[in-house]
Write a protein that binds this ligand. Sequence first.
Ligand code: SF4
Ligand SMILES: [Zn+2]
Length: 121
Amino acid sequence: MDFMATCPRCQASIAGDSIKCPRCQLPLKAHGHPGIPLHRADQGESLCLSCQYHFDDSCTYPQRPVATTCTLYQPVSTAPSPSSPPAEPTAWKIQRWLGRHGALIAITGLLGLSLLLVLSR
Ligand code: SF4
Ligand SMILES: [Zn+2]
């Protein structure tokens, strides 16, 4: 247990690395992984309206501009200055690459599988 945090829903004290609140079961980390923080907006608000990636128009997430939870949220106030642009998160690069090339990967996989089946006869 590294540090204590508070559940944003029920205010229970929880370990900082908890993946969900033990009292109300609210997910606190993304994909059930303690290393992926899941940022959460206050009730009725959007995270995007205070996110650096919304303002620099680099976000391609479909939930923008009304995301209430997000793994990549970067508060504007803590973002690096424009003279040193923020490094793009690796997870984001991978997700965007897969999004752009997903169809190509699937087609290539199917062709490879077909070729293997033909050659194995
Ligand atoms: S990274 Fe998340 S919070 Fe930021 S603009 Fe995109 S969807 Fe909104
Ligand atoms: Zn809770």
